[in-house]
Design a protein around this ligand. Structure first.
Ligand code: ADP
Ligand code: MG
Length: 219
């Protein structure tokens, strides 16, 4: 469960007097399928980064699965992220110099998982995403939809229980985008909490809850 209490994010206290997030209170229960909508610059990515422990709030409390995130040591904080969170981005964020297989392998290396087990986990993830045939391909040789599937496989391969997707269809054509949303819904149906930032009201309407954000505040 995700609990945000009085979250404020100010990037640069000297420059901006307007916080990127202002007093955000939000609870997301395990297994929810949620979308986050709002105009550009309203704080959607900031919110997702804070939930994903990629960035820390300036003020407020974040409780993740019962753990007070900001009172953790750096090491525990990193573990919280590694054990719970998967992230998918608009532009896939794959490593250009690595094959699809190697990209999915990266988080497993960070978890110190042995080679034979890694191999099995990567194959399972690739099969689940329908990209087994792309194993040896470089990202630059793959379509946008295939690259996003690799990115989703990389996010899922360690068994995260929260999947965060920041405009995951923003760089895809409509049909491919629909397919990616279908995959994210399928992942949610198997029990993973899924949070999707989107500009597309058609996508938001397919989720169980729409969170609207404007000028850093929940509407
Ligand atoms: P959205 O994802 O809704 O477009 P963001 O969360 O990226 O919005 O941005 C919210 C506000 O915070 C904007 O005013 C943006 O300029 C500012 N911001 C975002 N990231 C940074 C950063 N790394 N440094 C300084 N300001 C930032
Ligand atoms: Mg954004």
């Amino acid at each position: 469960m995700i609990e945000l209490k009085g979250i404020v994010k100010i990037y640069d206290k000297n420059v901006s007097d307007k916080p990127a997030l202002n007093n955000v209170n939000l609870t997301i229960y395990d297994g929810e399928l949620v979308s986050v909508i709002g105009p550009s610059g309203s704080g959607k990515s900031t919110l997702l980064n804070i939930i994903g422990c990629m960035d820390r709030a300036t003020e407020g409390q974040y409780i993740l699965n019962g753990v007070d995130v900001y009172s953790c040591s750096r090491k525990k904080y990193d573990l919280l992220r590694k054990d719970n969170i998967g992230f998918v981005f608009q532009h896939f964020a794959l490593m250009d110099k690595f094959t699809a297989y190697e990209n999915i392998e990266l988080p497993l290396l960070a978890h110190n998982i042995k080679r034979t087990q890694r191999n099995r986990m990567i194959n399972d993830a690739m099969e689940r995403l329908g990209i087994l045939s792309e194993k040896g391909k470089m990202p630059s040789k793959m379509s946008g939809g295939q690259q996003q599937r690799v990115a989703i496989a990389r996010a899922l391969v360690t068994g995260c229980n929260i999947l965060l997707a920041d405009e995951p269809t923003g760089a895809l054509d409509q049909a491919t985008g629909r397919e990616v949303i279908r995959i994210l819904k399928e992942i949610n149906a198997s029990g993973t909490t899924v949070i999707i930032v989107t500009h597309d009201s058609g996508i938001a309407e397919q989720t169980n809850r729409i969170i609207e954000i404007c000028d850093g505040e929940l509407v």
